[in-house]
Design a binder for this molecule. Structure first.
Ligand SMILES: NC(=O)c1ccc[n+]([C@@H]2O[C@H](COP(=O)([O-])OP(=O)(O)OC[C@H]3O[C@@H](n4cnc5c(N)ncnc54)[C@H](OP(=O)(O)O)[C@@H]3O)[C@@H](O)[C@H]2O)c1
Length: 237
């Protein structure tokens, strides 16, 4: 990590950074000259994939409020100003009304909501002190379309809470120039999706790199006029 970085260099924090979308978002911000703080989980390392003195990698369980608070205090103190935060950690499980009880609800709530809430709460407070910042959250189509939520009820509900959270941050952060945007991908073109839908037309799906470019655009000068964005990144699917 380069502590002698140019003071004009902007800093982005990305959770889920070693996931399919996370890796593309890290690459995009690094190539745009950002200092990148990559937050990863326990399963997929990131070191092997990237060589950059502007990449600072930390592993944490985002469902642990205590661990998250410790790490965010450390990072906010070290970097002084985190300009952009992209909350990508999360995951999917199928489940309909019949087979979705408390356990399934709790699992999805923790995986999608807690992983976004604990860190973003700390970053919201940090951005409030710094008079501004961008936050990006990831929802999903079933969270805004009941018909497609029928076979994935806990997932859809947990992602709808994430979308509501972004709305609340926008209301709370308006006077402090805090802008929260929501990304709503349809199907991302990932190896896992290709494996589980081998007969699908992959060209209709959305490449992680395209999503990364959309995020970067929203942080750019021309994108700075966008407020409360809900980006339906559906491609042709
Ligand atoms: N793939 C799609 O088609 C699609 C569609 C709509 C929305 N989305 C959403 O978009 C986001 C990114 O998707 P993706 O395909 O890139 O998923 P992915 O490859 O599974 O990446 C998700 C990342 O989140 C991390 N994570 C999960 N729980 C964590 C925890 N408790 N603590 C720390 N890290 C944790 C995982 O790290 P570890 O595995 O190392 O723990 C993983 O690297 C997700 O929120 C997903 O729900 C995806």
């Amino acid at each position: 990590m380069d502590f002698t970085r140019n003071q004009l260099m902007k800093t982005v924090l990305i959770t889920g950074a070693s996931g399919n979308l996370g890796k593309a978002v890290c690459k995009q911000f690094l190539s745009d000259g950002y200092q990148v703080i990559a937050i990863i989980g326990q399963n997929n390392p990131l070191e092997d994939l990237f060589q950059s003195k502007h990449l600072d990698i930390h592993s944490v369980d985002l469902r642990s409020e205590m661990e998250v608070n410790q790490l965010s205090d450390e990072l906010c103190a070290r970097y002084k100003k985190i300009d952009v935060a992209v909350f990508l950690a999360g995951g999917f499980a199928a489940g309909n009304i019949k087979n979705s009880g408390k356990q399934q609800m709790d699992d999805m709530y923790k995986l999608n909501f807690e992983t976004a809430y604990f860190f973003s709460r700390q970053l919201f407070l940090h951005m409030e002190k710094n008079n501004g910042g961008y936050m990006f959250f990831v929802g999903s189509r079933p969270a805004i379309d009941a018909a497609s939520a029928v076979s994935m009820l806990p997932y859809a509900l947990s992602k709808s809470l994430v979308i509501k959270l972004a709305e609340i941050y926008n209301a709370a952060g308006k006077k402090k120039n805090i802008i929260a945007h929501v990304l709503i991908p349809s199907v991302i073109d990932t190896p896992e999706n290709r494996k589980s839908n081998p007969k699908a037309d992959f060209t209709k799906w959305v490449a992680p790199e395209k999503i990364a470019q959309s995020i970067l655009f929203a942080c750019s000068e021309p994108g700075s006029v966008i407020r409360e964005g809900v980006f339906k990144l559906y491609g042709d699917s």
